[in-house]
Design a protein around this ligand. Structure first.
Ligand SMILES: NC(=O)c1ccc[n+]([C@@H]2O[C@H](COP(=O)([O-])OP(=O)(O)OC[C@H]3O[C@@H](n4cnc5c(N)ncnc54)[C@H](OP(=O)(O)O)[C@@H]3O)[C@@H](O)[C@H]2O)c1
Length: 172
């Protein structure tokens, strides 16, 4: 799971879905390097809508979007590159591992993060913290009561203002 948040844990500023207006260029660079390295990327439909303008569909990468209405998105589907599903995270992970995928990059948003966390399907959290406070916005996890224990693996200061990249392992 990879997320960008403020010091007060917000992943959006209020209801504005555009995170590129406040993310540091160092985090953007890091995030796109992760996208480049991973061939399986999973996200919620709202996050897909928010990031559609910057998503480059590629033959070598499968992007999966979780939605309650996959049929509504049939016209956007490109088999093996952009797929829409209403499978539970557990079923999805099983199916994809049977297809040979070893790693999944879960890129949010908060609702979908919650669904994977409650089913104990997250192994690592890469969290960038921008030194900002928004007060109002979406949370990194929405809709679940959790008690997920994390273990800090590494911490890196990405720039002078103190954007931090925290890598955690989920203790299972
Ligand atoms: N800062 C960051 O790192 C970061 C990362 C990602 C996203 N974001 C921001 O977060 C916001 C989106 O977060 P969000 O929590 O509102 O939405 P989300 O998690 O991206 O997606 C929610 C959508 O997922 C689908 N869904 C929910 N439960 C489902 C289930 N059980 N089975 C199948 N599909 C299900 C529904 O789609 P349908 O309505 O189509 O049924 C729901 O509307 C955006 O503004 C985005 O910009 C920030």
């Amino acid at each position: 799971m990879v997320m960008l948040a403020t010091a007060d844990g917000k992943i959006t500023r209020g209801n504005n879905p555009n995170i590129h207006t406040w993310s540091s260029k160092e985090d953007q660079k890091y995030f796109f390097s992760l996208i480049k390295k991973n061939n399986l990327i999973v996200m919620g439909r709202a996050s897909y809508d928010a990031s559609k303008p910057v998503i480059k569909i590629e033959k070598s990468k499968l992007r999966i979007v979780l939605t309650h209405s996959p049929k509504k998105h049939l016209n956007q589907t490109i088999k093996g590159q952009l797929e829409f599903t209403d499978e539970s995270p557990e079923k999805l992970v099983k199916r994809l591992s049977l297809l040979g995928y070893k790693k999944m990059l879960l890129v949010g948003g908060g609702t979908i993060n919650g669904l994977f966390l409650i089913q104990n399907l997250v192994d690592e959290l890469y969290l960038t913290v921008e030194p900002k406070i928004f007060g109002s916005g979406k949370n990194m996890v929405e809709g679940q009561l959790l008690n997920t224990p994390l273990h800090l693996i590494s911490i890196k200061k990405l720039n002078k203002i103190g954007t931090l990249l925290l890598k955690y392992k989920v203790n299972k």
